[in-house]
Ligand binder design. Structure first.
Ligand SMILES: Cc1cc2nc3c(=O)[nH]c(=O)nc-3n(C[C@H](O)[C@H](O)[C@H](O)COP(=O)(O)OP(=O)(O)OC[C@H]3O[C@@H](n4cnc5c(N)ncnc54)[C@H](O)[C@@H]3O)c2cc1C
Length: 270
């Protein structure tokens, strides 16, 4: 049974292992994309790039889904960047949240798109499609990422230009960020491409890597095991193809327990 999204009922019993947090702001970008921010519980710790399970207090057994935390680990609030699936069990309701509404969040974050899962290197490539930009929105706002890598390259590809807006606004706002503003201006490259509309940069990241255009556009040499590290976040197909491309350059997949030269995480299942 599901009911209208609203504040958690006063007598809502908070199950163990769950935080009940309050939405502080919501911004819609397209018919299928929006961002929202929630209060951060004082005891909630995570590493930039991790994900957590979230849900709504709108049913006896709420639906929980994995969400990358888009804000950095030092932020006072938690930010999420979300798809709106028309009949999606969670997002058909989640897309209607407003400031003041309640969000349920499981207490244990996890994930592989973390600086610790990569060996030190010169450059960090972040390859994202669609909402796969979310974990990187966290990492590019974290001073630790600039400490570990000299240069950060955020590659974001969407079908349409409007779907790049969250990333463009995020990077534009970084220059005023008190913690990483100067670092980002000097050391972050944001490379955006579109696959289904006219745009100065077009095509899939894997094709652009294969042709060498991606590296020509960036003014950087092709990937090397000595200098380059990478993180990938997108659909299953995108992960498979990008992983194969990186392996073609000699990079190897790592994990929290065995850091290596690239790491991978699904942006969604299906
Ligand atoms: C590790 C991990 C991290 C995730 N982080 C995010 C995130 O930061 N933001 C986010 O919006 N989603 C994220 N997801 C997906 C999320 O868990 C849900 O699938 C999504 O919120 C839709 O939930 P739903 O219940 O409405 O529909 P679901 O039943 O979960 O999905 C229905 C269908 O919608 C499509 N779909 C689902 N999510 C997406 C998406 N993000 N982009 C494109 N198509 C999609 C798929 O085809 C899926 O089969 C993540 C998933 C994983 C595994």
């Amino acid at each position: 049974m599901s009911v209208k999204v609203e504040k958690a009922p006063e007598k809502f019993e908070i199950p163990k292992g769950l935080f009940v947090e309050t939405v502080t702001s919501v911004q819609h970008y397209t018919e299928s994309l929006f961002k929202f921010r929630i209060t951060r519980p004082a005891s909630f710790r995570f590493r930039s790039g991790e994900f957590v399970m979230i849900g709504l207090p709108n049913a006896e057994k709420p639906v929980f889904r994995a969400y990358s935390i888009a804000s950095p680990s030092w932020d006072e609030e938690i930010e999420f960047y979300s798809i709106k699936v028309p009949d999606g069990p969670l997002t058909q309701h989640l897309q209607k949240v407003r400031a003041g509404d309640s969000i349920l969040m499981r207490k244990k974050p996890t994930g592989t798109l973390v600086n610790d899962a990569l060996l030190p290197g010169k450059r960090l490539y972040m390859f994202a499609t669609g909402t796969g930009i979310a974990p990187f929105a966290s990492l590019i706002r974290d001073p630790d990422t600039y400490e570990k890598f000299d240069q950060l390259i955020l590659c974001h590809t969407c079908r349409q230009v409007a779907e790049l807006r969250y990333g463009h606004e995020l990077v534009a706002a970084l220059k005023d960020d008190p913690l990483v503003g100067d670092l980002a201006v000097q050391r972050l490259i944001h490379y955006t491409t579109v696959t289904r509309e006219d745009f100065p940069f077009q095509g899939r990241q894997t094709d652009l890597m294969a042709s060498g255009k991606l590296f020509d556009d960036l003014g950087l040499p092709p990937l090397s095991v000595a200098d380059d590290r990478a993180m990938i976040c997108g659909s299953m197909d995108m992960l498979r193809d990008t992983k194969a491309a990186l392996e073609g350059f000699g990079l190897q997949e790592g994990s929290n327990s065995k850091p290596a030269t690239f790491v991978v995480e699904r942006a969604f299942v299906g």
